[in-house]
Design a binder for this molecule. Structure first.
Ligand code: SAM
Length: 285
């Protein structure tokens, strides 16, 4: 692939907007999102009925084009033709960011192939709210999205994530939540998680718990939309002296301003092991 530099607003090229929409609370529909959508000739959307409802609440009335996971390829061609013919077009999914566990990625890929610029209007996104409120490490995280609905596939996927030290974020539907939590407890082992439920809505709730306890919670209280944030694997007993030294070296190379004392303190918080032990291991590095 050659280097291609696209200047969203100053190139003389068609521009496809991806516009984030609220994940619950309508006050999160940004002024910029409304303004951009008002300027469009067409709005392509994952579900035209939902989008029509949302836009009409903000007095935005536009011809809608249906573009969902089952027709994304063909509908993308239609959107691209419209853009090439000088029309202004934006894409919205049902909630949050298009292309994040929602349709939109194929559309973007086709647009780029057709020399159409792509720009994003920022807004709500469920994984980020859940992550920042979880209290887990936010400096490195891994977004997994949805696990497979089938138990054996789901458990294989979890096995591959077992040793990951980064915080991991999952999307899940309410009718599978308990099965997923049980699979996580079985495969990942007991560790802390945070379930972020009904984000931005009146019944918003953050449940902080260890996996081996949450699996006994009353399932009927786990309703609505949910994100599961899982703490990275810092399994203390598996960390030997060499592992700790390697982690310290990595930290030192990533931030040269950190002293050995700083590193001992930071690692001690992350790994939940004694600061003095870490310091004595790294003092001579
Ligand atoms: N595009 C969206 C985004 O940017 O966050 C995600 C869409 S995905 C189809 C739907 C999943 O996102 C839900 O099953 C749930 O895991 C999560 N989700 C969406 N809205 C949520 C909310 N208000 N509270 C908690 N989780 C939410």
């Amino acid at each position: 692939m050659a280097i291609i530099r696209n200047k969203s607003f100053t190139d003389n090229k068609p521009l496809l907007y991806l516009v984030a929409t609220p994940i619950g609370n309508l006050d999160e529909f940004s002024l910029r999102a409304q303004k951009v959508l008002n300027e469009m000739d067409y709005v392509a959307s994952e579900d035209t009925r939902n989008t029509k409802k949302l836009l009409s609440l903000f007095n935005i009335y536009k011809p809608l084009i249906s573009l969902h996971e089952h027709n994304e390829k063909e509908a993308s061609q239609k959107v691209i033709e419209l853009l090439k013919n000088g029309n202004k077009v934006a894409y919205v999914s049902d909630a949050g960011y298009p292309a994040i566990s929602d349709p939109g990625q194929k559309l973007v890929k086709e647009a780029l192939k057709n020399e159409i610029n792509v720009s994003v209007v920022s807004g709500s996104n469920a994984m980020l709210n859940a992550l920042v409120a979880s209290g887990f490490d936010t400096s490195h995280f891994y977004f997994y999205g949805f696990l497979d609905a089938r138990k054996s596939q789901r458990e294989n996927q979890l096995s591959e994530l077992k040793s990951m030290q980064n915080t991991i974020i999952f999307y899940e539907s309410p009718h599978r939540i308990m099965d997923t939590l049980k699979s996580m407890n079985k495969i990942l082992g007991n560790r802390d998680i945070c379930i972020a439920r009904e984000l931005t809505k009146i019944h918003e709730e953050y449940i902080h718990a260890p996996l081996d306890e949450i699996i006994n919670i009353d399932e009927t209280t786990l309703i609505g939309e949910m994100v599961i944030v899982v703490e990275g694997n810092y399994s203390k007993e598996e960390l030997n002296d060499e592992d700790i030294i390697q982690l310290a070296k990595k930290m030192m190379s990533e931030d040269k301003t950190l002293s050995k004392k700083d590193i001992s303190k930071l690692l001690s918080e992350q790994l939940k092991i004694s600061k003095n032990r870490i310091y004595s291991l790294i003092i001579n590095i």
